[in-house]
Design a protein around this ligand. Structure first.
Ligand code: MTE
Length: 332
């Protein structure tokens, strides 16, 4: 009995872990190709022990870009965005409890494995249905648009939630600058692929790396969809998705891809990483909805990772007045 570890109800047993069916299909596929031992080898990869890592707790919140662009922070807070009296989550918490499977599925170790990952230089390929395909660099991203700080609610599909002051600018501004063609109905985002530097991309080899996500064009153009360059008054630490990620606060957190390297405008609903991995559990829209349970758990309540408070989940994560008009109610 003494060894039984009672987890809080929100610490789900690996919600994102591959269901056995997916894993077995992958194993069968590799076995069929005569690569069974490779599959075992990959899934048998292990991470360095905590003590063997050079990670330094005093650098927990340090920007992955070091002092580059430091003069742009902190940006002024835009008070039009508030979170209904909820407290801002402690920075230490938001920086040490993460989902970033490219590093590890262990939320409390992401920051350790991410520390020191190089994101400068960084380029972003813009392609598809756009007037002029091009490559953006960090200067394009950080210096072209005025930055502001917005306190947003954040809700993970696993039922944990927080309130984070993100720094950035509306995604709409970037999209307008890129000039998509009228035929573009959706935009997709692709995160970095780096099998050498990102251990999760080998250890969890059954996932369709790199991470990819997408939005309908009207969602992407909505004022709340935010290009995030920083948090808590400075550029992002690696574990939160440096050098940039998206925040789409009325959707589950996985709709906010981190460390994005490609933007593509398309004319049909794009596949997404989670929908492709586990279609029965993760839809394209993934709007926060207390009445739409995940197949393996209720979404009616959530737990604040800062205060540990349990509270009811809000429709569209509390942003229904702003985004309700985008949906007919059937988008999951
Ligand atoms: N982006 C990439 N590239 N890889 C990931 O594993 N996880 C998603 C999202 N973006 C993820 C990602 C999930 S499931 C969540 S809840 C949020 O990032 C977590 O963001 P945070 O760690 O900054 O809180």
């Amino acid at each position: 009995m003494a060894n039984i570890r009672v987890e809080p109800d929100w610490r789900l047993p690996e919600r994102l872990a591959t269901p056995a069916s997916t894993f077995l299909n992958r194993r069968q596929l590799l076995a069929g190709l005569g690569l069974g031992s490779l599959a075992l080898g990959a899934s048998g990869c292990s991470y360095p022990e905590r003590s063997a890592l050079a990670a330094d707790r005093s650098r927990l919140t340090e920007p992955a870009l070091g002092s580059r662009f430091a003069d742009l922070f902190p940006a002024g807070r835009n008070d039009a965005y508030e979170v209904g009296g909820r407290p801002e989550t402690a920075e230490e918490k938001a920086a040490s409890y993460n989902n970033f499977y490219e590093f590890t599925t262990d939320k409390e170790r992401v920051w350790e494995l991410a520390q020191g990952y190089q994101v400068d230089p960084w380029s972003i390929e813009v392609s598809g249905l756009v007037k002029k395909p091009r490559t953006l660099d960090l200067d394009d991203l950080f210096t072209r648009f005025p930055l502001e700080e917005r306190l947003y609610r954040f809700r993970c599909v696993e039922r944990w939630a927080m309130q984070v002051p993100w720094t950035g600018f509306p995604l709409r501004k970037l999209i307008e600058h890129l000039e998509p063609l009228g035929s573009a109905t959706h935009v997709r985002f692709v995160s970095v692929l780096d099998k050498q530097g990102l251990p999760g991309q080998s250890v969890y080899a059954w996932y369709p790396w790199p991470y990819f996500e997408g939005l309908r064009m009207d969602e992407a153009m909505h004022d709340l969809a935010f290009v995030v360059l920083g948090a808590y008054g400075h550029a992002l630490p690696m574990q939160n998705g440096a050098p940039w990620r998206l925040a789409v606060p009325w959707k589950y957190g996985y709709k906010g891809p981190k460390s994005v390297v490609a933007i593509e405008f398309v004319d049909q609903e794009p596949a997404t990483f989670w929908n492709q991995s586990t279609p029965s559990e993760y839809g394209f829209y993934s709007n926060v909805n207390p009445d739409q349970p995940h197949p393996r758990w209720s979404q009616a309540r959530e737990r604040d990772i800062g205060t540990d408070e349990s509270r009811p989940t809000l429709l569209y994560n509390g942003y229904a007045p702003q985004v309700g008009d985008l949906y007919t109610g059937r988008e999951f």
